[in-house]
Structure formats: C-alpha cells, structure tokens
Design a protein. Structure first.
Length: 193
C-alpha cells in the first residue's frame, strides 16, 4: 500500500511538473514567435537614371547625364517623361560631337540638349497618342529646357520634330520608372542649330 501511495505521489508530482513545463514551453513558443516576426520590405521601382543605367542601349546617354551633372535632377521626384536617345542615336551625330559635348567646357550646351529631351509630367504612349490625335496629328510640348517639340504620328509611330526641323521616332515606349516614363528614340533632337 505504501508503494501505491508513493507511486501515486510520484505520478501526481510528474503531472504537475509536466503541466508546469508545458506552460513554460507554451510561453516560450509564444515569446519565440514574437521574436521571429519579420518586417515586410516593400520593393521600390528604380528611377529614370537607374533604369537607363541598367540598360545597355543607354550607356552614352548615362555618360552624358553624368557629365552634365543631371543625375540627381533626373533621380528626383518628377514626374518626368524622357525621350531617351539610344546609343545608336548618338552614333548618328557627326564624328566627334559626343566627345566634344562631354568636355567640361561644354557642360551648359550638353545640359541644354539633354533637358530638351525631358518633359515635366508622366505621359505614357496612350496619352501621347491621344493628345496627337485630338489635335489634328500635331501636339506641341514644352521641354524642361524651355524650347518646344512637335509630336505627330506617322505609320502608327510617334515622331518628334525638333526646333531645327530634324526628326526622331519613338522606337520603344513606356519604359516605367518610379519618377516617370522613358520613351526610347532613334535620333538626338536639338533645341536649336
């Protein structure tokens, strides 16, 4: 009988101890769960300069933006619409033009040319096409540089006509950025001769 009482006492003590241990484990699990919660990281889309820097078709443009100290401006809030000449567009310029523009003494002319490719506001391809169509196939925009560009449609493509009468065609539209949109063009446009 004494053996049964001892066994019963040990069993009750074991249950109490197990119960306490279980409670500690529960508290520990809750505490661990609280410690392992993670904060959600929200991805941020790259800005215009980051998008251009990540595209091998815009290396000349990125070099020009850097030389003109416009990187910070075009990385700002915007929004901006950039008609971005590709490397092939810059290659169409007369020999030595790009190299001359990249020299420190030509920074103001380079800024003028680059900002002539930028319009304040975000205008995707659909908005551009609609504006042109509702204005008898000619819509004029004022650039950040201050001069104007005429936009028109030919063969379902947007054509830019610059201040000199030269033209460029949008060859890739709606490259999204956090602070605007990029439309790649096949020629460098100029604000004046």
């Amino acid at each position: 009988m004494k053996l049964v009482r001892t066994f019963a006492a040990v069993a009750i003590f074991g249950l109490v101890a197990a119960s306490c241990g279980k409670k500690e484990n529960t508290e520990m699990t809750e505490e661990t769960t609280m410690d392992t919660t993670t904060t959600e990281v929200v991805a941020v889309d790259p800005n215009i300069v980051e998008v251009a820097s990540g595209n091998e078709n815009f290396t000349t443009l990125v070099a020009a933006v850097t030389a003109a100290n416009l990187g910070e401006t075009l990385s700002g809030d915007g929004p901006f619409t950039v008609f971005a000449p590709t490397n092939d567009a810059f290659a169409k310029l007369p020999a030595g033009t790009v190299e001359t523009l990249l020299k420190p003494e030509n920074i103001e002319k380079l800024k003028s040319i680059l900002t002539y490719h930028v319009v304040s506001g975000k205008f995707d391809a659909a908005a551009v096409m609609d504006a042109i169509k509702t204005n008898n196939n000619k819509y004029t925009v004022t650039t950040v540089q201050g001069a104007k560009i005429d936009l028109s449609i030919k063969d379902d493509k947007v054509i830019l006509t610059d201040a000199t009468g030269a033209m460029a065609t949008v060859i890739m539209a709606d490259v999204a950025a956090s602070n605007g949109v990029i439309h790649a063009i096949d020629a460098v446009i100029m604000p004046s001769k």
